[in-house]
Design a protein around this ligand. Sequence first.
Ligand code: ATP
Length: 583
Amino acid sequence: MLRLLKFLKPREWFFFLINVVFISTQVFLDLKIPDYMTQITQILQTNGSLGEIINIGIRMVICALGSLGAAIICGFFAAKIAAVFGKRLRGTVFNRVQEFSKEEIKQFSTDSLITRSTNDITQIQMIIAIGAQMMIKAPIMAVWAILKIYGKNWQWSLTTGIAVLIMMVVIAIIGIFALPRFRRVQKLIDSINRVIRENLTGIRVVKAYNAEEYQENKFEKANEDLTKNNLFTGRLMGMLNPMMRILMNGIGLAIYWMGAYLIYNAGYMEKINLFSDMVVFTSYATQVVVSFMMLTMIFIMMPRAQVSANRINEVLDTKPSILDGDVTEVKDNIGEVEFKNVCFKYPDAEEYVLKNINFKVKPGETLAIIGSTGSGKSTIVDLIPRFYDATEGEVLVNGINVRDYKLNILDNYIGYVSQKTILVSGTIRSNIDYGDNGKGNITDEAIQNALEIAQAADFVNKLEDGVDSYVAQGGTNFSGGQKQRISIARAIARDPAIYIFDDSFSALDLKTDKMLRQALDRETSHATNIIVSQRIGSIKNADKILVMEDGEMAGLGTHEELIKDCKVYQEIAYSQLSQEELA
Ligand SMILES: Nc1ncnc2c1ncn2[C@@H]1O[C@H](COP(=O)(O)OP(=O)(O)OP(=O)(O)O)[C@@H](O)[C@H]1O
């Protein structure tokens, strides 16, 4: 937790200091009121005038208003400190998660990363807000109130001491039972997030398969676990309040009860002093109990915040496995991609999914990758933009190992279209003019050109707002083929040296697929094209075709060469095309 305090800057520490001043003022004013009460009792007992009482009463009101004002100011600064802290921490966690590769994201799970970036930070934010008020106030008030009652009457002091002790024991017992449950809360929220996300992203499948009940049961289980946990802690904490009230009233009662005996046995003049002392002592004793109660509550809340702090620190301490290199500029072989004896296994996996992959594609050439499902095609292309790093061997772009590049420089060479189309909420324009390509803004002309090549211009221009039409999160207001074409246009508008299409034409009808490939051949002939595809018709004209089987190269060559020599390729080809088409 303390480590996270570095996210508070001098300005916020200064606000803390201001809070110390105002809280001290507040405590001073709160503790001044009992003094005035003594004075009023004394006036009453010595038959003083009404004017005197009103005068003191006005001072008491001023103290109460002053204390209220100070409390409002403290609340304002505490809210400011906590909000700024939360914003800064959220930003830092978000940036760190942005640096993560797929490996780190898998390690934490997306749902947990969402909870950590939101709910966990809120927990810390809350404890900071409380810290900027209660944590400062409780010790100041405890010390001040103890000083006020110090040496006044040992019987009453002992009673107050016993009350504080009982209260601390009660809170500690409750804390011992509640703490483990507090620790579980965040993990249970992760589970709820996972089920909700799964349900929302897969809503169509859920509905189509009548799986509502199955999903409801799943949610019910996660919800039930969280509810049970919350009920348990809620009930325990609910017991605290009445117990504290009994204790606070009890201490007043005990002091008055003892006071009755003391006053009964005292002489006439002493009776008056004892009575006013008793009234004042009761107020101070209540303040002592309240301040210790605040302190103990903070100690109970701390562990929950500590769990959240640990979870956030875990994210911040995780070093991204994909690190920046130094290369920022390349002059030769722009667009060349080469794999040299590349082997790869996924983190935590036993088996290699790629074994000894070797190929080279030059600028202007097209490499197609084909093979059965799960043979490793997507994994090959994922190694080029460094979603993962090769376990063995080298992946070279422009003749330089991809590990040596500054990541944004490497990304600027690549136009990547993923297997699963990813569109972000915004407009078609913001989806195409997306990110930074190192070449400045993408012009309207370039966007239009990209849409034409991607065979998307027709349907986009028919929309009422054209390129400024709204795109929902995930592009859910477009069809699969439309989404694919917009994401292809995004890569084209980037004008990269290397295009990677990971099965990106799968949702297109054969006619559009053909037109798109022809346009791509024309417009991107200067670039290197790497196309993963299941359709032999789409890749048959490629300069090189890499045939994959079980993570190994089953063949590399042109269609004509492979159809003669490569058994795996022949099988795929004969299953898709007629003898005439192949000929
Ligand atoms: N994130 C991952 N963690 C562990 N194993 C994975 C991961 N992604 C893929 N694999 C495994 O790696 C192998 C190759 O997967 P890959 O996605 O590269 O195949 P593919 O040829 O592109 O398949 P498809 O044509 O179905 O997309 C598969 O056996 C798959 O189970």
